[in-house]
Design a binder for this molecule. Structure first.
Ligand SMILES: *[C@@H]1O[C@H](CO)[C@@H](O)[C@H](O)[C@H]1NC(C)=O
Ligand SMILES: *[C@@H]1O[C@H](CO)[C@@H](O)[C@H](O)[C@H]1NC(C)=O
Ligand SMILES: *[C@@H]1O[C@H](CO)[C@@H](O)[C@H](O)[C@H]1NC(C)=O
Ligand SMILES: *[C@@H]1O[C@H](CO)[C@@H](O)[C@H](O)[C@H]1NC(C)=O
Length: 366
């Protein structure tokens, strides 16, 4: 169950006659509050604040929060123990700052180096890892090292027009070659690339790709083929498809657009994927408040639960809203832990090159 901040904000406006700065403050701070299956009956206080961007928007943070509350308090009559979980919206940089300022308890972030720096600098805590194990160690961790807690993985896709002016060969080209081809055809005026140019995780990934081939297309004087479009992910993907540009998008955005307008997503092709290329994979890690505060016990329980089969199942099973067939959005931290009864599909049939109807002419009227 979720109470969206806008409704809180509206309520704050409606009750503005009474000085209720606390409510206004809350509405600003929390994007949503989750109550588990007990819903309206859950009058508990917020016992955990989770900071994140994309997985909050996709609903995964809410699904984890609800399942964790239900796990901790299976009986709604157990009112004394009921609690809520809040989502504090923020990208990786904002989330690390929120941890530093003790405004959140858990950060789910996407930049391992920044996370490790936060741990080393004492701003945040990670998990204990022994040897090269993918799973964190929670007991008898002698000799373990502290690292960000690998939690789930988000996938990015390089998409582009069916006409494929850069002649990307999904089978033969590695990711470096792919971007070199876009660059070379771009320089010849045959191709354009849309960048979100907004410091988002997506933008950081595309920037890394250009750096990898020794290019800085946004530096002065900016490359003509490098199109800056700092809007929301759905708008950016829509624009790229309509303009026949290449771009990088994430799986969640692609699936959302597909569920809203399949005719449009049918006009684009996924040329490279995070499934095949590590560089297009965005691992999401948990780092936590470094404090012996009241919430310390709850934080520890949440982290252990998220890495347990029960928590990982929520991740593996999480589907894109309204999608038909039901597509899974994420993978857990370990490929060997796929739950056998997963109720969603991974393969994006019809969108990968090869399974597309030949050289279909795209309509220009959209
Ligand atoms: C870590 O690796 C060493 C050497 O390969 C091995 O002896 C030890 O048992 C490993 N420890 C764990 C906890 O897996
Ligand atoms: C999109 O393409 C798939 C596979 O070719 C097809 O089955 C589906 O009907 C198309 N959807 C629309 C809305 O055109
Ligand atoms: C995942 O989906 C399957 C199939 O619907 C279901 O049996 C299972 O309980 C789900 N697991 C979780 C953790 O939601
Ligand atoms: C998509 O493709 C996979 C692998 O070829 C297949 O197992 C699955 O049933 C297909 N799903 C749909 C909805 O066509």
């Amino acid at each position: 169950m979720r109470f969206i901040a806008t409704s809180l904000a509206l309520w704050a406006t409606l009750t503005a006659a009474a000085p209720s700065s606390e409510i206004t403050e809350k509405a600003k701070k929390y994007e949503a509050e989750y109550t588990g299956k007990c819903g309206d009956k859950n009058h508990g206080k917020i016992a955990l604040r989770i900071g994140n961007g994309g997985a909050g928007q996709s609903g995964l943070v809410g699904a984890l929060a609800d399942a964790f509350i239900d796990h901790k308090v299976p009986d709604c009559h157990d009112t004394g123990n009921l609690f809520k979980v809040a989502w504090v919206k923020g990208d990786t940089t904002e989330t690390i700052n929120n941890l530093k300022n003790k405004d959140i308890d858990i950060g789910i972030t996407y930049h391992e180096v920044a996370e490790q720096n936060a741990i080393t600098g004492g701003i945040a805590k990670g998990c204990q890892y022994k040897n090269d194990s993918l799973a964190p160690c929670f007991n008898d961790c002698d000799g373990a090292v502290e690292k960000p807690c690998r939690t789930f993985r988000d996938h990015f896709y390089l998409v582009g027009p069916k006409s494929n002016p850069a002649e990307i060969d999904s089978e033969e080209d590695d990711i470096v070659n792919t971007f070199r081809k876009i660059y070379e055809t771009g320089e010849r005026g045959e191709t354009k690339f849309l960048s979100r140019f907004d410091k988002s995780a997506t933008n950081i990934i595309d920037s890394k790709m250009w750096i990898d081939i020794g290019q800085v297309p946004w530096a002065k004087s900016p490359a003509k083929w490098y199109y800056k479009f700092s809007k929301y992910p759905l708008e950016a993907l829509t624009k790229a498809i309509k303009k026949k540009y290449y771009t990088i998008t994430d799986r969640g955005t692609y699936l959302t657009l597909k569920s809203q307008n399949e005719k449009l997503t049918n006009r684009t092709v996924i040329y490279q994927t995070g499934e095949k290329h590590e560089k297009l994979l965005n691992p999401a890690d948990i780092i936590t408040l470094n404090d012996d505060a009241e919430s310390a016990k709850m934080i520890k329980e949440f982290v252990e639960w998220v890495h347990s089969p029960e928590g990982q199942n929520v991740i593996w099973n999480y589907t894109a809203k309204d999608s038909k067939p039901k597509y899974c959005l994420y993978k857990g931290f370990d490929d060997n832990s796929v739950p056998p009864n997963r109720d969603c599909e991974w393969e994006l049939n019809g969108s990968v090159p090869g399974s597309l109807p030949g050289d279909e002419r795209e309509r220009e009227d959209l």
